[in-house]
Design a protein around this ligand. Structure first.
Ligand code: RP5
Length: 164
């Protein structure tokens, strides 16, 4: 069948539309690598039923990895991980009052038994979450592995030898 839209393999969720400025970097990185993904606003605090439905339905919908970004009292990645066996990568979004330290500590300090792979605060974390998701998928997808290798090679080649 031609023109069919590939089903999302990575789910990018975020606690608020205000997180999009950060999380769009995860989406753009997956786009550059040709990884089918979806982006949704799912809040642990404001839309708990939406979170429950998303996390418990993720495996059956064919998702392989979830990237969850949130700021402040950032329970979204941990709560998501508690309801699915899929790998969950957490992106601490930079908050206004505490610069994302609150987000980072909320996401990284999971109790033993429910893991969340926690990335850096903000844009670098969003980019690396996408690269991490691609690395996971590339273990069983040779075409993606080749695209990821090429992406890394280009990054290496783009580093100048001199500062000016
Ligand atoms: C969190 O609260 C969101 O992930 C966001 O980072 C933060 C602020 O949300 P808004 O008040 O901008 O909607 O749940």
């Amino acid at each position: 069948m031609t023109g069919a839209v590939e089903a999302a393999k990575v789910g990018i969720i975020m606690g608020s539309r205000s997180d999009w400025e950060t999380m769009r970097h995860a989406s753009e990185t997956l786009e550059a690598l040709g990884v089918a993904h979806e982006c949704k606003v799912v809040s642990a605090h404001r839309t708990p039923q939406r979170l429950y439905d998303y996390a418990t339905g993720a495996v059956d919908r064919g998702l392989k990895v979830i990237i969850a970004g949130a700021g402040g009292a950032a329970h979204l990645p941990g709560m998501t991980a508690s309801m699915t066996r899929l790998p969950v990568l957490g992106v601490p979004v930079e908050s206004k009052s505490l610069k994302g330290m609150d987000s980072l500590l909320s996401i990284v300090q999971m109790p033993g038994g429910i893991p969340v792979g926690t990335l850096a605060i903000g844009k670098p974390g969003a980019i690396n979450a996408a690269l991490f998701a691609a690395s996971i998928l590339a273990t069983t997808d040779e075409a993606l592995a080749a695209r990821l290798d090429a992406w890394r090679e280009k990054q290496t080649n783009d580093v100048a030898e001199t500062p000016e």
